[in-house]
Design a protein around this ligand. Sequence first.
Ligand SMILES: Cc1ncc(COP(=O)(O)O)c(C=O)c1O
Length: 378
Amino acid sequence: MIYLDNAATSFPKPKETIDFLNDFVLNVGGNPGRSGHTLSVDAARFIFEARGKLADLFHVSDSERVLFTQNGTESLNLAILGLLKEEDHVITTSLEHNSVMRPLTFLEKEKGIHLSIVQCAHNGQLDVEDIKRLIRKETKAVIINHGSNVIGAVQPVGEIKKAIGEIILIVDACQTVGSFPVDVAADNIDILCFSCHKSLYGIQGLGAIYIRNGIELTPLKFGGTGSRSESIEQPLFLPDRYESGTPNTPGIAALLGGLSFIERTGIKTIIKRKQDLRRTIVDGLSNVPGVVVYGNKDDNNQLPVISFNIGGKLPSEVGYELNKRAIYTRVGLHCAPVAHRTIGTFPEGTVRVAPGYFTAEEEIDVLIKAVWEIAKQP
Ligand SMILES: Cc1ncc(COP(=O)(O)O)c(C=O)c1O
């Protein structure tokens, strides 16, 4: 079995992820922040530590401004639905995932916001001047996919923030966290949305959001926080304002394991290994007659997320053939139809290969051999 779908979720998980998850479920198990007993306090400690490690990894000075959500999608929905009001103008790009495009389209249709979409080039390149040209006095936010889940193109978020000044920069970092340097302080990011189950090695059912001090979002959920129980109003302080209901503490414990693995291994080592794998895959695929690899082939600002097609074959056929050989990729539109229109692969999409830290070089050899075979088939 060869798993090359790490852009959807990472697999396998490091041993630390499983160990921390087991430890929580077997030995702790309390509901954090609710009861005063030892198991509840111990559960809260897992959350406190994971929040702190995320803040350190992304250079956030105040860890209380890092909030847990269910997934990257919920983080983006909180940022978009919680920020934008009638008549606000927002700018985004033609590489966005549907977890950005769908809430924006909903707000455009139902709540009267105004949306501008900057067209990126076929290789994913974005011209920052194009964003500047679209700015109006009602422009409230710019939303940027930091790293494309279709072609791996990484956008210069620091440069974009410089260009837009006081306008709020919302960064969809679902694909970049753990795969590319993410620096909230250096790039002056206002809101960072990400998944914890991809390259941060948590388990499914966990995401997070960082919200800069001074930005007010209307919460998506209201309810019990374990704090200020005497009041029927939602607390205003963080993290409680945005974390209602029993959290996914087993998932947060698993994330703490994943972050410990990243710390032990070194984020630079992890990024380098995945970049080496990316290069091997791009080189191998590019040599197969009839294969088109999308996006940039050089090393500049690319994630280990590679889309390709075999001329004359549908991506679904190629994916079926690979699956028959127990090689697991993701085919189709990857929840990003606008991105596929941008690279010219709508509506069939592409075959996406996303290696992970645990992918072996021999597995890439098997993939490339299989693509040669499939390309030769009539
Ligand atoms: C760029 C991008 N944004 C958002 C998401 C949504 O994240 P999640 O699956 O955690 O909801 C994904 C997931 O594939 C993604 O790749």
